[in-house]
Design a protein around this ligand. Structure first.
Ligand code: TYM
Length: 339
């Protein structure tokens, strides 16, 4: 069992990142350890170059993201925790896989289409080739499980396509080089939506702070954001079907379910018939209780730059070591001569 996943250190991590991905980093880190496997979690700082960025903010955010992940339960003695920039094999393998990835595949990526919009010519090449780096990230460690939210599913399908084509083109049939990675997507929290618009995903890049709960928000801010979350005037339904076409209500019930591990029908059995005036404070309290220990731990860690850098340096050394066999085998399979 090889668990591999990444998160971009751009902006503050939010509830969507937490429920969609980070909770499963922690769950799978423990499962991997119990199974004698490994877990690699990295900060995708190289991916952050695909959009205009401020270098000072990037290094600051990278350290804060380490502190957040550790505060959420990612344990550097169980997980190899590092940033891509300290493991050159990610960028190297991306280049080697660029010969296998097809323009048509990348052109079909919805993230590329959404982010580029009508201005494709003005985008960085990095935004276009971003999914090839993501494929390199997971294939380098022969990932079996990749915990992600649903928005990353298409990128992982692309990673599988690249792996399969490379294995077909350059490896003997009985000795494929790359393992095909499987996405690990939580059914209840695959896609947490914006608090301001139930049809848009909760995102670090949304200009409105009110659209998301940041993992470092204090209790008052959390309560305020939940109370101001967009809803409709109807009370909650008693049956699940009553949430159809009520995107905002469905999202809030979904968040409640993901936090408590209860299913929608049980939540509606409790809150059906009640208005948001009753449901929102209950949800707000639940969020505050969930985030309280994360917040406290984050505050302890965030200013200890030395400790955070030491975690990254140690993780990077381990990651470099683990990546060597696959990187070397890729050079060899491609017929590249290295002294
Ligand atoms: P990023 O930084 O946008 O998000 C990190 C993780 O959070 C998940 N996520 C969500 N899940 C549910 N609801 C949401 N609203 C929501 N928003 C974000 C994402 O699916 C992701 O799992 N390209 C990736 C980083 C990456 C990566 C990788 C991931 C680079 N290389 C290799 C896996 C494997 C990204 O930008 O995630």
């Amino acid at each position: 069992m090889r668990v591999v996943s990444g998160i971009q250190p751009t902006g503050k991590p939010h509830l969507g990142n937490y429920l969609g991905a980070i909770v499963n980093y922690v769950k799978l880190q423990d499962e991997a350890q119990a199974a004698g496997g490994e877990c690699f979690i990295f900060l995708a700082d190289l991916h952050a170059l695909s959009q205009p960025h401020n270098p000072n903010e990037l290094s600051q955010n990278t350290r804060e993201m380490v502190a957040t992940l550790v505060a959420c339960g990612v344990n550097p003695s169980k997980t190899v925790l590092f940033n891509q920039a300290q493991v050159p094999a990610h960028a190297e393998l991306q280049w080697l896989l660029n010969g296998t990835a097809r323009m048509g595949w990348l052109n079909r990526m919805t993230q590329w289409k959404d982010k580029a919009g009508k201005n494709r010519e003005g985008q960085s090449v990095a935004l276009f080739t971003y999914p090839v780096l993501q494929a390199a990230d997971v294939l380098l460690y022969q990932a079996t499980h990749v915990p992600v939210g649903e928005d990353q599913k298409q990128h992982l399908e692309l990673a599988r396509d690249i792996a399969q084509k490379f294995n077909n083109d350059f490896c003997p049939e009985d000795a494929p080089l790359f393992t095909l990675p499987e996405p690990y997507i939580p059914p209840a929290a695959a896609r947490i939506m914006s608090l301001r618009d139930g049809t848009a995903k909760m995102s670090k890049s949304d200009p409105s702070e009110m659209s998301r709960i940041s993992l470092t928000d204090d209790a008052d801010t959390v309560m305020k954001k939940v109370k101001k979350a967009k809803t409709d005037p109807e009370p909650l339904p008693s049956e699940e079907a009553g949430l159809d076409n009520r995107a905002e209500a469905k999202n809030l019930v979904g968040i409640y379910g993901a936090l408590t591990g209860t299913n929608t029908s049980d939540i509606l059995a409790e809150f059906g018939g009640q208005g948001f005036g009753a449901f929102k404070p209950a949800l707000g309290e639940l969020l505050v209780e969930t985030l309280r220990p994360i917040n406290a731990r984050f505050m302890e860690l965030k200013d200890d730059q030395e400790a955070l850098d030491a975690i990254l340096a140690r993780g990077a050394a381990q990651a470099r070591e683990h990546g060597i066999p696959t990187l070397n085998a890729t050079y060899t399979a491609l017929g590249l001569v290295r002294g």
